[in-house]
Design a protein around this ligand. Structure first.
Ligand SMILES: [Zn+2]
Length: 432
């Protein structure tokens, strides 16, 4: 299939941060093949999408989430973290079955497609069901089976989660034309013993798989680590050799300057989740310090039960605002930096130069925003408009791998009514 996006304003997110006006973009099969002002040849053979008064940009990459947690949205809010987890979330999750996770994932994917996300980085369980939802919907995802145990043994060859992780990686990595990639997901240092973390690391290394882990999310985690291990959570993982593998570390709210140097040294990507960190009162990550040190920072929503949505435009906005507010410095995390975190830095985190920007040869993962909205007028500086005025509902088209998955309120690959019906049924069962 060949598409011609005609006459768009294009936010390329390339290294020069070029913004092109009255621009044509041609997509052939799964790739962008042309970006430029001149009318491309053979245009008459393409499906033409008129982009007058529309903005075209790379699809957003949600750097950390637990997509089926849409099922627990608006269920337990305004609670202490421990109460929230142990009295509400874990008991509800105990009742989950594979098909629940499948429909919860489809719901989350619908929400992401409708708000401009084309790829998400996830950690959960019943991963086969999430992968199936990804395959069916057409979105792109980086998936890891979350695993944990505080057992201090040395042999974890019978550990159910770890064995599932290995099987999952072998079965799904590179599947769905490469839209699904796999990782190993040791949950966190407070849910995984050092011996288990090492076992997960070694299993991942054997398969050449990357790591996705929660790190230094709360002050309690940080202080417990100092007490139990005599070092910070980041130094703990560093010493265990986890960072020798390609790693995405979610949160990093309480990292020290020394930790930031370790993250930089090992090229660890940090997934910043400002909405979730605020809602759970975890704190505010030292993002400007990490950017300054050269750490690759990406943006995530975290699960919908601690956010309570999967709207990346909200995270872009929060990421740009909260540092200014708490540090009393309006120059921190400017609009362009916040947009990079949601696009091109996400591509970097996945080791993909062909994701996160609009240029010939890249994957055709892109979105269109309608500029005919009062809050987008006057547009003036497009990057500012995207970080400070844009709303998720401005997204009118979402394309992944050269396929249009969402357009003008309509999902092309997902039966919306069926998903809503199933979700109601599931929630009646698990939330009682
Ligand atoms: Zn998380």
């Amino acid at each position: 299939m060949k598409y011609l996006f005609r006459n768009a304003m294009v936010i390329t997110m390339n290294s020069e941060m070029e913004i092109l006006e009255n621009c044509d973009v041609v997509v052939k099969d799964d790739r962008i093949v042309y970006v430029g002002k001149a009318k491309p040849e053979n245009a008459e053979h393409s499906k033409v999408i008129d982009c007058t008064r529309k903005l075209l940009m790379p699809g957003l990459i949600n750097g950390h989430t637990h997509v089926p947690m849409t099922l627990l949205r608006n269920y337990a809010d305004d609670k202490e973290l421990q109460t929230w987890l142990f009295d509400y979330i874990f008991p509800a999750e105990e009742k989950l079955e594979g098909r629940d996770v499948y429909y919860g994932s489809l719901l989350g994917i619908m929400e992401m497609l409708a708000s401009g996300t084309t790829c998400f980085i996830d950690m959960y369980f019943f991963m086969d069901d999430i992968a199936e939802a990804v395959e069916k919907s057409g979105i792109r995802a980086h998936l890891s089976r979350g695993v944990s145990t505080n057992d201090r043994g040395s042999d974890f060859s019978d550990h159910k989660g770890l064995n599932e992780s290995i099987e999952f990686y072998k079965k799904w990595n590179g599947v769905a034309c490469g839209r699904i990639t796999g990782a190993f997901g040791p949950h966190a240092i407070y849910t995984c013993s050092p011996e288990f973390l090492k076992a997960v690391r070694n299993a991942a290394e054997k398969l050449g798989a990357p790591i996705h882990v929660h790190l230094d999310e709360t002050r309690t985690e940080h202080e417990d680590s100092l007490r139990n291990f005599g070092k910070t959570p980041a130094k703990h993982l560093y010493d265990l050799g986890l960072f020798d593998l390609k790693t995405i570390a979610a949160h990093c709210v309480w990292v020290t300057p020394d930790d930031i140097a370790l993250l930089r040294e090992k090229d660890v990507t940090v997934a910043h989740n400002p909405g979730s960190n605020l809602k759970l009162a975890s704190g505010i990550a030292p993002v400007p310090e990490m950017i300054e040190a050269g750490v690759n920072v990406i943006l995530g929503t975290d699960g919908a039960s601690s956010n309570n949505n999967l709207n990346m435009f909200e995270e872009i906005n929060l990421a740009a605002l909260i540092q200014k507010g708490v540090k009393l410095d309006p120059l921190l995390v400017n609009a362009q930096e916040a947009l990079k975190m949601a696009t091109v830095n996400g591509g970097k985190a996945l080791g993909r130069k062909d994701l996160g920007s609009i240029k010939p040869g890249n994957k055709a993962d892109l979105i269109l925003l309608d500029l005919d909205k009062p809050h987008m007028n006057p547009l003036n500086k497009p990057c500012s408009a995207l970080a400070y005025s844009a709303q998720a509902a401005d997204v009118c088209l979402t394309m992944v791998d050269g396929r249009i998955l969402y357009r003008d309120g309509e999902f092309k690959t997902i039966d919306q009514e069926k998903v809503y019906y199933q979700i109601q049924k599931i929630c009646r069962r698990i939330l009682n």
